[in-house]
Design a binder for this molecule. Structure first.
Ligand code: ADP
Ligand code: ZN
Length: 227
């Protein structure tokens, strides 16, 4: 029988265009399975806010909806993966986004004796992504996500979850920038679907349904893939 203590920490990848729900779902899987959500978008936004050298270089690229250079993103990911909590296993949200990053991840996992348990692709309609992203905002206090059309607080301007009254929108959530981000996804990231399919790691799911239904589907996949 396999000794659980000896088996390497699981690695799950969530692939999908901007707005597909990668972050929302990864946060839920983090809670349900005790895995660590690693979002390179969040790590980069933190670097921008802290004005680190990498953050200063990444800022304008992110605001224009382009992809930050592979060396910056890979270095940030590598540092984060080396932290102790990642020994529980990780859900990669927004990484890899290019072939170079996918190969860098393979090399990194080879060093630690880990493997990719599953690469889950969230299949959605592009047209819907623009509306989803352009209307979204979050509570500045608790981080709860809201939407101008799909999910408004019960009382206008007050967060249901924490009572906060300050909200924020990402500077790259404008319609023009979303179009650039979708184009970057199709050019550079979508080819990774074939990359992971070729090695039998790909699981595609229809992700146009409601959030809870998708969480249930993902939960079942994660359970099987990390067994
Ligand atoms: P989304 O998936 O909705 O576009 P993210 O928060 O994942 O949002 O990413 C926001 C931005 O951060 C991207 O548009 C890109 O500029 C940058 N970024 C995040 N992850 C990567 C990555 N792996 N490689 C290059 N750029 C990245
Ligand atoms: Zn709140």
């Amino acid at each position: 029988m396999l000794d659980r203590a000896q088996s390497p920490a699981p690695v799950l990848i969530i692939l999908g265009p901007p707005g597909a729900g990668k972050g929302t779902q990864a946060r839920r899987l983090e809670q349900d399975f005790g895995l660590i959500q690693l979002s390179t978008g969040d790590l980069l936004r933190a670097a921008v806010a802290a004005q680190t050298p990498a953050g200063l270089r990444a800022r304008s690229v992110m605001e224009a909806g382009g992809l930050v250079s592979d060396d910056i993103v890979t270095a940030i990911l590598r540092d984060r993966m080396a932290q102790a909590d990642c020994a529980r296993g990780v859900i990669l949200d927004g990484f890899p986004r290019t072939q170079v990053q996918a190969e860098a991840l393979d090399a990194l996992l080879a060093e630690t004796g880990q493997r990719i348990n599953a690469a889950i692709s969230l299949n959605v309609d592009d047209a819907a992504m623009v509306t989803r992203i352009a209307g979204r905002y979050t509570c500045a206090n608790c981080g709860e996500g809201w939407h101008d059309s799909f999910k408004q607080p019960q009382v206008d301007g007050v967060c249901d979850r924490c009572g906060g009254t300050t909200f924020k929108r990402r500077p790259d959530d404008t319609p023009d920038t979303v179009a650039s981000r979708l184009a970057a996804y199709h050019d550079q990231t979508a080819p990774l679907i074939a990359y992971y399919r070729a090695r039998g790691a790909l699981i595609g799911i229809d992700a146009m349904g409601d959030i809870d239904t998708i969480t249930q589907k993902l939960g079942a996949i994660v359970k099987t893939a990390t067994r």
